[in-house]
Design a protein around this ligand. Structure first.
Ligand code: PMP
Length: 350
């Protein structure tokens, strides 16, 4: 830390992204990326957009918003595109939380939530999951705090039915409820349509997983127009050109390729179900994932050893040190070939 670093950040523990090693060619199953390239149309439009980056990008993302609204049945002022969905999460923390409006989220969930709370000086509470890693919605009914829930949750992969999410939203009318649907396209149920019914709901989604655009950074929030306006106030006070022109073009190309996205999601779901069945056959405890990752532990080999041994064999998965989940690893679902390599390595190791 330099002697110039502001004291207000001196205690900040930043989010730790998954490893992105460049030295060895690993089978990368550690950051929930798609194993499939972006849609060909997205690559084509990106190349055309690159020729014009002497000009600033459209701060309103008008063309992208138009395509999106047509496809998802929302109006232009009910959506806000961001630099990955991390940015819409940060905007929501900044816009709606403060010492009088603290945040709550599950104790085992996306590791960035407490970091967003810390950097914005927001008090927060982490609510434990049940022993089976599910969320008890009773913990959130009428809690009178701003609620952040990943659905499906990460790293557990477990999804809540929309009807249960709706009970949380309805019971907290004076607080915002942000549902982070980063993984919803792999079998979860979206509550996007509920934004017409509840003025306190924000749905966040990303192009990073199902739409193969992690490296281009595109996410979005959908909500009542007043909530979107508030988050735009934050956006225009921090980074008006938050989505660059190449990424906007890729987003448009990707939305023109919904069949491609659906086909890839279907392949991931099939590979997930196949791999989960094989892991269970080997004695692993595996949650019922509705995502593009698998959360698994073995009774005989501890989680860190599994992580290390896989790494030695050229396979990267994600291990978390939090005691409640230290025995588990989060394994991204890749191609069938990658899954076979994983299973081969695990059979050797178990
Ligand atoms: N939410 C959850 C639950 C995630 O796991 C991730 C991925 N790390 C994100 C949001 C953010 O993804 P991105 O910024 O790439 O959209």
């Amino acid at each position: 830390m330099s002697r110039f670093f502001s004291e207000k950040y001196s205690m900040l523990v930043p989010y730790t992204p998954g490893e992105q090693p460049k030295d060895v060619q690993y089978i990368k199953l550690n950051t929930n990326e798609s194993p499939f390239p972006p849609a060909p149309r997205a690559i084509e439009l990106a190349a055309a957009a690159a020729a014009n980056v002497n000009l600033y990008s459209d701060p309103e993302c008008r063309e992208l918003v138009k395509r999106f609204s047509d496809l998802f049945g929302v109006t232009h002022d009910e959506v806000l595109f961001t630099n990955g969905s991390d940015e819409i999460l940060n905007f929501a923390f900044m816009a709606f939380c403060d010492k009088d409006h603290p945040a709550v989220f599950p104790s085992i969930s996306y590791g960035f939530y407490p970091v967003f709370a810390e950097i914005n000086n927001i008090p927060y509470e982490e609510i434990p999951l049940k022993d089976d890693f599910t969320i008890d919605i009773n913990d959130y009914i009428g809690i009178h705090k701003n609620i952040f829930i990943a659905n499906p949750n990460a790293p557990t992969g477990i999804a809540l039915p929309v009807e249960q999410i709706e009970r949380i939203i309805a019971s907290n009318p004076d607080n915002i409820v942000l549902i982070d649907e980063a993984y919803v396209d792999f079998g979860g149920e979206s509550c996007l349509s509920l934004i017409k019914k509840y003025d306190n709901l924000i749905v966040a989604q990303t192009f990073s997983k199902s739409r193969s655009m992690a490296g281009a950074r595109l996410g979005f929030g959908v909500a009542n127009r007043e909530l979107i306006r508030d988050m735009n106030t934050v956006k225009y006070s921090t980074n008006p050109y938050n989505v660059n022109a190449i990424t906007q073009a890729m987003g448009i190309g990707t939305l023109e390729s919904e069949d491609y996205t659906r086909k890839n999601c279907q392949t991931i779901i099939e590979n997930r179900e196949y791999t989960i069945a094989e892991l269970r056959r080997m004695g692993f405890t595996v949650t019922d994932s509705k995502t593009n990752f698998i959360f698994a532990a073995h009774p005989d080999v501890d989680g860190e050893t599994v992580y290390r041994e896989l790494r030695k064999r050229g396979i990267l998965v994600r291990h978390f040190t939090k005691p409640a989940i230290a025995n588990y690893n989060r394994i991204t679902v890749g191609t069938r070939q990658q899954m076979e390599a994983l299973l081969y390595a695990l059979r050797e190791l178990i």
